[in-house]
Design a protein around this ligand. Structure first.
Ligand SMILES: [Zn+2]
Length: 178
């Protein structure tokens, strides 16, 4: 997924930097512009993104959803609604149950042994039969996926370019790939 940060840019704003290149007069954050939501509806959000977005006011979380409050290419408000499949934590690969966050893994191994016996792990990458995720594992609303996925956005841009061949491409600096 590709998001772009928009800022309040005062008239005639010029970057001022110290000797190390640090920006001394950062403009105020205004909004998140949704460039695309990636090729798949599934999306993993790091804790850093979720906590940062909540602190800045463009992410909210509740009722099993994570919502990104952004704007589209015309700066019309868009709320992208993701259903949370897994919060960060430890999960059984067999039955998908949320397990204890146990650094030793002892209680997780006990769950797998008691409930699933000698059955091989269904997840080849986690042969012990349980896995630890540090991300919020989410899936985007299907209609929004159809509208904002990478291919759909590229096709819409292509259609606009064909209609207006002289239009300059949108600058892409300040984008953040997730
Ligand atoms: Zn289980």
């Amino acid at each position: 997924m590709l998001l772009k940060r928009l800022y309040h840019m005062p008239e005639g704003w010029v970057a001022e930097r110290d000797a190390s290149g640090e920006l001394l007069n950062p403009p105020d954050f205004r909004a998140i512009s949704i460039q695309n939501t990636g090729p798949e509806a599934e999306q993993n959000f790091s804790r850093r993104i979720i906590e940062g977005g909540i602190a800045e006011g463009w992410i909210s979380q509740g009722q099993g959803k994570i919502t990104l409050h952004g704007v589209d290419g015309t700066e019309a408000p868009v709320d992208l609604v993701y259903t949370v499949l897994h919060m960060p934590g430890t999960y059984c690969c067999h039955c998908n149950m949320k397990l204890d966050d146990d650094p030793s893994g002892a209680s997780n191994r006990a769950h797998v042994a008691e409930r699933h016996g000698d059955a091989p792990s269904p997840d080849a990458q986690n042969p012990a039969g349980y896995r630890v995720t540090t991300a919020y594992e989410c899936v985007l609303d299907p209609e929004q996926h159809a509208r904002f996925n990478t291919r759909a956005v590229q096709a819409a841009q292509q259609a606009r370019m064909t209609a207006m061949p002289s239009q300059a491409p949108v600058p892409t600096n300040g984008t953040e790939a997730l």
